[in-house]
Design a protein around this ligand. Structure first.
Ligand code: ATP
Ligand code: MP5
Length: 274
């Protein structure tokens, strides 16, 4: 056996795919940028971030939110894309129409799949997107999405379609597709019964069903699912496989969600390692 030179680490055989999240910070670590980076790590990718806003947040809610200047958002994006490169992107909290438009403009020039989680309100009902930004999401952001992942409240806000049963998710998905994303993933997590999501591009249709885990510690489910999809896309998976694998990952993370603080705890991004 030959001795390794001092400081030499293990020889890498492969560089992980690079994934970018464009989202807000959750100081409590359960959702937002923090959830995104954890999911990206757990799924074998190198996560990078463009911070759009900072929230003071914990298991009880959002105590404050501050937007970053557009110049800071553009500079973070250029720093990452021009040097490191990006193989998939996920967007989350974008806060205002000015930020939505800026981010959409930056992403329009990128040759990588984009997963848009049109975050509207937090689990506690705190607004994370100004009402004046809905049009920008519809007109500027959704058209450049490879996959858009609204929950039922976000679908209603964006399209006016109110979903109360699984089958009504079809009409909701069709209404989302009218804004131009390649695929719509309508998340039925807020319905009763099984946790059922519908993925469709208008031609193919996939119903993704899991048991509903009776666990209130679900902070960050939407962020985690969208980031997992982006990570799988960066690995080169086609959209239906990427979404199915991401659903499996988030389901395990929800089952393993744990209490922190006095309110709603986070999902467990590291459940496969425990
Ligand atoms: N209790 C649960 N058990 C299993 N799966 C769930 C549960 N709640 C939500 N899900 C699943 O988690 C994923 C995220 O869905 P959800 O509707 O919670 O998104 P969201 O509201 O955007 O999330 P967030 O609350 O983080 O913003 C979906 O795949 C949904 O089916
Ligand atoms: C910065 C940020 N982004 C997204 C969410 C949504 O996650 P949840 O609905 O689980 O609170 C959040 N709470 N905070």
């Amino acid at each position: 056996m030959t001795a390794e030179p001092p400081g030499a680490g293990p020889v890498r055989t492969a560089i992980p795919p690079r994934v970018l999240t464009v989202a807000g910070s959750d100081s409590g670590g359960g959702a937002g940028i923090q959830a995104d980076l954890k999911a990206m790590l757990a799924l074998g990718t190198h996560g990078m971030s463009v911070l759009t806003a900072v929230t003071a947040q914990n298991s009880l809610g959002v105590m404050g939110a501050w937007e970053l200047p557009l110049e800071a958002i553009r500079a973070q994006f250029r720093a990452v894309v021009d040097d490191i490169g990006v193989q998939a992107v996920k967007t989350g909290m974008l806060a205002s129409s000015a930020i939505v438009e800026t981010v959409a403009g930056l992403l329009a020039g990128l040759a990588a799949p984009v997963v848009v989680d049109p975050v509207g309100v937090s689990k506690h009902g705190d607004a994370l997107l100004a009402a004046e930004a809905l049009d920008a999401v519809r007109i500027k952001l959704l058209p450049i999405a490879t996959v858009a992942t609204p929950n039922l409240d976000e679908v209603e806000q964006l399209t006016g379609v109110r979903v109360t049963t699984e089958l009504e998710m079809r009409r909701a998905a069709a209404a989302v597709l009218e804004f131009g994303p390649r695929w719509a993933l309508v998340k039925g997590g807020h319905l009763a019964g099984d946790a059922v999501d519908l993925l469709t591009d208008g031609a193919e249709e996939y119903w993704l069903r899991s048991v509903r885990h009776d666990n209130r510690h679900t902070h960050g489910t939407g962020c985690t699912l969208a980031s997992a999809i982006a990570a799988h896309l960066a690995h080169g998976m086609p959209v239906p496989e990427a979404v199915a694998s991401a659903k499996e990952y988030v389901t395990g993370a929800i089952e393993a969600g744990f209490p922190l603080g006095a309110g709603i705890g986070p999902v467990d991004h590291a459940w496969r390692w425990r």
